[in-house]
Design a protein around this ligand. Sequence first.
Ligand SMILES: Nc1nc2c(ncn2[C@@H]2O[C@H](COP(=O)(O)OP(=O)(O)OP(=O)(O)O)[C@@H](O)[C@H]2O)c(=O)[nH]1
Length: 375
Amino acid sequence: MLMVLRSVARSSVAGVREWTCANVLAIVALLLFAARGRIPDVLSIDVANLLFLGAPALMLAGFERHLGRRAPYRALAALVTASTVALGIFHYGVDAMAVRVALSSFFHGIVCVAMAWGLRPWAHPDRARYPIRFAFGAALTLAAAHAVRAVMYASHHDAQVTLFDSSPVNLVCFALGTLALPGLTLGAVMMANAGLIGQARYAAEHDHLTGAWSRRAFFGRAERAHADAVRRGGPLSLLIFDVDHFKAINDTHGHAVGDQVLADLVARTGTVLRGDVCARLGGEEFAVLLPDTDADAAVRLADELRRTLERADVAGAGAGVVRFTVSVGVASLDEGESLESLLQRADAALYAAKRGGRNQVQDARATEDVGETLA
Ligand SMILES: Nc1nc2c(ncn2[C@@H]2O[C@H](COP(=O)(O)OP(=O)(O)OP(=O)(O)O)[C@@H](O)[C@H]2O)c(=O)[nH]1
């Protein structure tokens, strides 16, 4: 499992350090348990128990950190300490191995229940489903197995038992104990990998400066929206807009303020066109796809966007503010029209808006009518 964890060790995934330490503790603990009789009891019993209790506690801490929460280190340390003291009492006070096993299982059960509760899939709808379900299932199974084991050993506390008895119960418990951490670790690594894949996909699909969809993602979505509109015969509109005199903003206020204007523009666009895909086509040019929106509604939305951006204040250099405007081209899909042609018409409308004096919306239908009249 340590080798499996190495695959994500160099990533910045939260929790990997705790999961790795948990596995190291468990391995050392199992080696100490196995050396019973050949090394002092304090090592093979007390230290081994302490490490063995620390392992699930660290697994839980790792999951909590991975899920973006603070790990409850103090509560876990208190629980591990209290359990170690209790185990010590049943070693040095009354030497009762069955009680020690029951106590240890009780502790593991509590930690596994807390782990399962933190991992409950319905509380994390935005995460990849299978990894979190797997980890949740592993934690629950372990909690149940430890509960059964705790009850069985507690009810036979006066029997002479050893961890390596070949009774069926002992064998099942031993198998579960051996599979416990690997099962949880596998779930953890799956979650870490799903997170890394999600991050990579986000980076590929989004512009890092503004958070808008990337050009590549936009064209993928545009193709799907176009195919959908053609199949259903529904409307599809497209806005392409560009910041006016953006070079002057950069020259006057600096590139950093120019960047801030672009990020601000995308954030404000999101408030006007909720749920619709805003993409950065390049430089200071953006596009928004409007499925199920006809030409008139698209022009109204475009003008609402233009007016919203016109009113926006962005902090400029010093105490000054920067105002900016956009020019917008709007086109709606004609019957049988290709996506390429729709894009070209929206682009032509944008340049008509620029030529017309900027800070305005141009409807492709109007620019085409003018073109036809002139021809
Ligand atoms: N700050 C910043 N500037 C950028 C970025 N990408 C492109 N630019 C700048 O955007 C400017 C675009 O200038 P132009 O193409 O001349 O357009 P404009 O000044 O907006 O003029 P019109 O579009 O005709 O209104 C250039 O100066 C680019 O350097 C970016 O990510 N950040």
